[in-house]
Design a protein around this ligand. Structure first.
Ligand SMILES: [Ca+2]
Ligand SMILES: [Ca+2]
Length: 504
């Protein structure tokens, strides 16, 4: 999606393409403060969290419908967004598997929509080649599988052949008491999906595609399709050797699954934990919101051992996003955002995953892992820290943008929005005054942000360009994980390098 420009013929994208590294430094502080920030933010690539805890102890950078190039209804499927995501540190890739029109191969597409497919094998090869470009820590592929047993067998062979020794298969028992650590899974690929046994009785046949809205509701329950499968048996003609292949297919496919997904059956509580096995549960943002009202501590307890994935609700056809904080503050490891979108929630996610060297895994704060005193996100908390941010000056626009990009007849009028994304009580945005007609504005304003949960807080900085019309040009933004910033003096100072390849 090209960046939305507020007005004027020249886009931010074209301004950016003139920059050698694809981003521009548009806000800079003086050289002594530059030094301060260099020692206070660990450099990219330096992993400094303990990586030996089970996977459930980490927030994992997660994409939703990773294969879509644009909106959720009619855009193309392609390996390009998968490769981009992996290069940006996404470590959980979602693929929706469907049979192709010839019923003999597997393709990846957004079922029930007009999105065009891409072959599964291409996706697998793209993942294989790019899985570890951001870090060596493991990549999880979540399959949303709408396949017949024959095709599941085909997927099993394809996955095994493509990844070979890279594929992590749990040893011994199928069910693990806890997940392995990212450290022990370096350079490994993990498959996560529902085990086929749960929904192969009655025999699995061609499944009618759920409509997108229906799918959203039933996506992860695994029991959707049984009724529909029965209804669709008349479409079964053309499948060969169903029974024999099916028997072979199930163990083959099942043995691929490193992380079992699904909801407990038989009316059991979805948040029930089992001492002897761990699993992955997947909920829409809406389902999480609803459940969090009554079950907040149960969710936090669940996520101490099990994995929770949150996905955007079905109404987000434009690939927009939701606030990832709700998931994170309940311990959800895989908060899946549409990576092809834009906007503040994606920026916040990018800010969060700048932590820990940008390796795609951020250790959850200790308070979320305390089994004795389970954290209750609904409780009123006291302020732990006050973050003081001084917005000093900005520089770099003059060389990075055309001189009439912002205002046609005068230099630009930048102001800065600065604030906090995080725990609801910590969320706030403040603004500096606009400095009129200055390419190198000096604001020199200070802001104090009281933080109740500094561990989850992300500093947001945006630099809009003011206009009397009320429609502001985008001048740059950045988000930084506050947990990674160390105090270097009585005051916090930031040299802020913002990115101008996004829109407000
Ligand atoms: Ca102006
Ligand atoms: Ca202006």
């Amino acid at each position: 999606m090209p960046p939305r420009t507020m007005r004027g013929p020249s886009s931010i994208a074209s301004s950016i393409s003139a920059c050698s590294n694809g981003e521009a430094s548009v806000l800079k502080l003086s050289s002594d403060i530059l030094w301060a920030i260099l020692i206070s933010l660990p450099p990219p690539g330096v992993v400094h969290h303990d990586m030996n805890a089970p996977l459930a102890h980490y927030f994992i950078c997660t994409g939703h419908n990773s294969y879509l190039t644009g909106n959720q209804l009619s855009s193309d499927s392609s390996v390009v967004p998968i490769i981009d995501a992996l290069k940006r540190g996404v470590k959980v890739i979602e693929l929706d598997l469907w049979q192709n029109s010839g019923n003999d191969d597997v393709e990846v597409r957004h079922g029930g929509t007009l999105t065009r497919p891409v072959d599964l094998i291409k996706c697998l090869l793209a993942i294989k080649d790019n899985a570890f470009s951001a870090s060596d820590y493991p990549v999880v592929i979540t399959f949303e599988d709408h396949l017949t047993a024959n095709l599941q067998a085909k997927v099993a062979r394809m996955v095994t052949k493509t990844f070979g020794a890279m594929l992590y298969r749990p040893e011994g028992t199928e069910n693990e008491k806890e997940f392995p650590s990212p450290e022990s899974l370096k350079k490994k690929i993990l498959i996560s999906t529902k085990p086929p046994k749960e929904y192969t009785e009655p025999p699995r046949t061609i499944v009618k595609e759920d409509s997108y809205w229906k799918k959203d509701k039933d996506e992860e329950t695994g029991n959707t399709s049984v009724k529909q499968e029965l209804e669709a048996t008349d479409k079964q003609v053309g499948l060969v050797d169903q029974d024999e292949d099916e028997e072979r297919a199930i163990p083959e496919y099942r043995s691929l699954i490193a992380i079992h997904a699904g909801k407990p059956k038989g009316g059991l509580d979805i948040w029930a934990t089992d001492r002897n096995k761990v699993r992955r549960l997947s909920l829409s943002e809406q389902e999480l919101e609803n459940s969090a009202r009554e079950r907040a501590t149960d969710i936090v307890r669940f996520t101490q051992k099990n994995l929770l994935r949150i996905y955007p609700k079905g109404m987000r056809l434009d690939s927009s996003n939701y606030d990832p904080m709700l998931g994170w503050m309940h311990g959800a490891q895989m908060v899946a955002l549409n990576m092809q979108g834009q906007g503040k929630y994606l920026w916040i996610m990018q800010g969060m995953f700048r932590a820990n060297g940008g390796c795609g895994y951020v250790k959850k704060p200790n308070f979320l892992m305390d089994e004795n005193k389970v954290f209750d996100p609904r409780k009123t908390l006291t302020v732990q820290k006050i973050l003081r941010v001084k917005v000093f000056m900005g520089e770099g626009w003059y060389s990075d943008f055309h001189h009439t990009h912002f205002d046609r007849f005068s230099p630009p009028d930048f102001f800065v929005r600065v604030g906090i994304a995080g725990f609801p009580a910590d969320q706030v945005m403040a603004e500096t005054k606009a400095i009129e007609d200055e390419w190198i504005p000096v604001w020199n304003e200070e802001f104090d942000f009281p933080l109740r949960v500094p561990e989850l807080a992300v500093l947001r900085v945006e630099a809009p360009e003011y206009d009397t019309s009320g429609i502001y040009d985008f001048g740059g933004q950045t988000c930084l994980p506050i947990a990674e910033l160390r105090t270097v003096s009585e005051q916090f100072h930031y040299m802020i390098k913002t990115e101008t390849d996004s829109n407000l």
